[in-house]
Design a protein around this ligand. Structure first.
Ligand code: C5P
Length: 306
């Protein structure tokens, strides 16, 4: 049972002050892009219990990201493993499984690769075990696993509120062309949020941006580019200053928008066309911190059984 799942980029990430539970209220415009991981579930004879008996990972980036595989945990700290465990616990499934992840989404890259794998593991295990859960029940389990796990089940474009897990689908009226510049290192999401709290103490409640939503619905890429925004960007730049040069290289190549994706360190660029995306990618590859570029379009549907 194999499930394919997309990466996401945040077209707006408005971050409020830290809450008592340590999380931040967000307005988070998720957009699924055609960069996919695959999770395959097979039966494992080693244990007569539910949940995973093992997890393996393989590079599916065509070699450009082979080194990031070393950062994929192969034990219960992997969110995909926890997803299978949670589903087994909730449904009483008692066949052990093996999870195999083919990774093209960068690890710790701000594109929710780990969350995507968890979403894919939920869908794959659900189908494998035949639990018969409703889609909304899977969405609720996903939200318990992490703030970004529910969105890859939906895909498309959606506004996330709360800590990001309350999703409201939004319209994207045109195919958008993206370039992602992958960094030599990773950034830890909690560290980026902590830096944000230092930089912006007393941040106001996060607000959605109607200009962005109208531009998206109308499929006006130029207006989308002008309205893109990420409150976490100054924090990511503080932790990894070299990202500024990557962003500048994309702007110089005429990108309609240039910004850090989520908590970084991946940088995202909106291009005018598929051809322009290749020109922007060539330009940002010259930036010292950029180790690899990916060009792809959005939006795309969420997790699907292959
Ligand atoms: O929910 P998830 O486990 O993906 O979040 C990872 C970390 O990101 C949290 O531990 C927290 O530090 C930070 N976070 C946050 N506010 C959010 C989402 C995530 O502070 N809305």
């Amino acid at each position: 049972m194999t499930v394919r799942v997309p990466a996401k980029v945040n077209l707006q990430l408005a971050v409020g002050p830290a809450r008592e539970d340590g999380y931040h209220d967000l307005v988070n415009v998720f957009h699924a892009v055609a960069l996919f991981d695959e999770v395959t579930v097979t039966g494992a004879a080693t244990r007569p219990t539910g949940g995973p008996a093992g997890l393996t990972a393989e590079d599916a980036s065509g070699g450009g990201l082979a080194s990031h595989l070393a950062r994929v945990p192969l034990d219960s700290t992997n969110l995909a493993w926890r997803a299978a465990e949670l589903l087994a616990r909730e449904t009483g499934a008692d066949t052990a499984v093996h999870l195999h992840v083919r990774k093209a989404i960068p690890v710790a890259g701000g594109m929710a690769g780990g969350s995507a794998d968890a979403a894919a593991a939920l869908v794959a295990c659900d189908a494998f075990w035949g639990t018969g859960l409703q889609h909304r029940e899977l969405l609720a389990l996903a939200a318990r696993l992490g703030s970004d796990v529910a969105f890859p089940l939906l895909g498309g474009t959606a506004v996330g509120t709360g800590r990001g897990e309350v999703l409201d689908p939004a319209e994207c009226g045109a195919r958008l062309h993206w370039v992602f510049a992958l960094s030599a290192g990773g950034l830890s999401t909690p560290e980026v949020f902590a830096a944000y709290d230092r930089i912006r103490p007393g941040a106001p409640a996060p607000q959605g941006d109607p200009v962005l939503m109208t531009a998206l619905a109308q499929g006006d890429a130029r207006a989308v580019g002008a309205a893109l925004g990420n409150d976490l960007q100054p924090a990511a730049l503080e932790l990894r200053p070299a990202l500024a040069e990557t962003l500048d290289a994309g702007r110089a190549a005429g990108a309609l928008g240039a910004f850090v994706s989520g908590s970084g360190p991946t940088c995202a660029f909106l291009a005018r066309s598929a051809e322009h995306a290749h020109q922007v990618a060539a330009a940002v590859r010259s930036a010292p911190d950029c180790v690899h570029t990916v060009t792809c379009h959005g939006d795309v549907p969420g997790a699907v059984v292959l």
